[in-house]
Design a binder for this molecule. Sequence first.
Ligand code: ADP
Ligand code: F6P
Length: 324
Amino acid sequence: MAKEIKTIAVLTSGGDAPGMNAAIRAVVRTAIYRGVKVKGVKKGYNGLLNEDIIDMAPRNVSDIIQRGGTVLGTARCLEFKKVEYQEKAAEICRKHGIDGIVVIGGDGSYRGAQALSRQGINAIGIPGTIDLDIACTEYTIGFDTAVNTAMEAIDKVKDTSSSHERCSIIEVMGRHAGYIALWCGIANGAEDILLPENYDYNEQEIINHIIESRKKGKIHHLIINAEGIGHSTSMAKRIEAATGIETRATILGYMQRGGSPTAMDRYYASIMGSYAVDILLEGKTNRVVGYRYGEFTDFGIEEALQMQKDIDRYQYEVARRLTL
Ligand code: ADP
Ligand code: F6P
């Protein structure tokens, strides 16, 4: 028989993402609504190991749904990969009466949740990352806000780029995943999109494309470059030297990870937070919440981590077609 869950905890781990606060709020209020005590763990797995744990009540999560970042703080905790620290964390959970935990983060954070589950603490993951790079789900908390933030910034750069008839390289976040780059590439009407998934891009092809576009009457050339490719500034210098067209690089950086979450991020994060508590209270553990084919659902963490996700070739091809 599944153990009775009387107290749960929530933590955020890995890179922060807009909408994490909506998920924390939903976890806290759903737990209390369901008659369960709830605690907040500060600064990810670090805070768990340091017993940085606070009681949460409905008013602790007032007025946070519209705020970017995470009110619990987040961290990367490398020691948590070691079993001795996982055992220590489970001991700390038991000491604080924590029977179950909701971990909001990316797939690294799920490994931590999986470890806690192995140590007898029921654990459920929620996908929180601006990168959209979690295979079991079509939605991750923060992507929608990040891509809209980047899109608005790129529109502004495009205005000045067109006025000066320049070429612009804009670097967006995504060390290993090109979803922000692909979406901005289409949403901002970029002429070229460089994705970490296609690392072996050909710079000469881009140079030829810029020259052809100019001949066709285009007054700007926008290249969206994902962080995983990088080197935007040196690329701009080479392109300017090869084409004779003024070329500037803009690296958008961490502004893409902050800011008030969009309605979509607030909405989905709220449902996922509530869903995570519901399945925790059903006795489920070692699972991650996802959104697939129009429904909220959950997967075993191991199964979720085995799934593969790649850029949709058709969508990438559409981006290329529309640069005529
Ligand atoms: P994300 O969750 O966004 O993928 P990371 O990969 O940095 O971010 O992972 C966040 C944290 O999750 C790590 O700092 C670590 O505390 C924990 N973690 C990552 N991998 C493991 C692992 N193999 N075992 C246990 N904990 C892990
Ligand atoms: O995972 C989100 C993300 O913003 C990636 O796009 C980026 O590569 C990484 O986090 C940066 O992480 P850090 O906060 O360690 O610089």
